[in-house]
Design a protein around this ligand. Structure first.
Ligand code: FPP
Length: 234
């Protein structure tokens, strides 16, 4: 059982292992992403049931464009169908936001993303941030550009720049992530939430994302709760 007193406020998940899951079954990689998207829905609802206010999932990185066109199209189509289903999910108390550079997406996807972000979700318990065309370095570059623009207008001096100046210009609305879970046996951050993870706990798990269950999520939370978080203090 997870102890609800010490729950993290913000959990990040690197949804890894879809390709390997599909390969093990002799299926196309997109079958792994499809199952992965279902698991994403299930875990979002589980976070809502636990009362975790923020969940950020890594769905597509700035580097993922290098994958075969068929695979990229497959992930974007999954995103489209998920967003088209959002209407039905209005009463699930889950709000959706996107983090990442939206510029390269087609008009239809951009409109669907915007509609989902503006949806009037009643009594929000969990806000899910979907990282799409997201890169942690890209996010910092984006923040720096915005600072330089303001400085060039004469509205900001170097002395006035603080951590908050950067935090407030990130794509992510939440500057700190408490726990990052990476399934699939890989132990890397892969350009996910670089700034936000400064004090995060990391839990790496051997299960592939399409096999990930609410029980695995609870095990990660229990591990998080066991660790002593001192933020660099004594
Ligand atoms: C990493 O596994 C996974 C991705 C790059 C895509 C993740 C996308 C989804 C789960 C679907 C997103 C849809 C919604 C609605 C959020 P991998 O392909 O790198 O796996 P591998 O390392 O085994 O090859």
């Amino acid at each position: 059982m997870t102890d609800k007193t010490f729950l993290p406020e913000h959990v990040g998940i690197i949804m890894d292992g879809n390709g390997r899951w599909a390969k093990k079954r002799g299926l196309p990689r997109n079958a792994g992403h499809k199952k992965g998207a279902e698991v994403f829905g299930e875990i979002s609802r589980h976070c809502r049931d636990l009362g975790i206010p923020w969940l950020t999932v890594y769905a597509f990185s700035t580097e993922n464009w290098k994958r075969p066109k068929e695979e990229v199209d497959g992930v974007m189509n999954l995103m489209r169908s998920y967003l088209k289903d959002m209407e039905k999910a209005k009463n699930e108390h889950i709000a959706v936001r996107f983090i990442g550079d939206k510029a390269p997406f087609d008009k239809e996807l951009k409109e669907l993303m915007e509609k989902a972000e503006k949806a009037d979700v009643k009594d929000v318990v969990t806000t899910v941030q979907i990282a799409l065309n997201y890169g942690g370095r890209d996010e910092i570059v984006h923040a720096v550009k915005s600072i330089v623009k303001e400085a060039a207008l004469g509205n900001l001096t170097p002395e006035e720049i603080t951590e908050d100046t950067i935090s407030s210009r990130l794509y992510s609305g939440i500057p700190n992530v408490d726990l990052i879970i990476r399934p699939s046996g890989e132990e890397r951050l892969s350009n996910f939430l670089l700034w936000e993870s400064a004090y995060a706990e990391f839990v790496f798990m051997d299960v592939l994302w399409p096999d990930f269950t609410p029980t695995d999520f609870d095990a990660a939370i229990e591990e998080y709760e066991k660790r002593n978080r001192r933020f660099g203090g004594v």
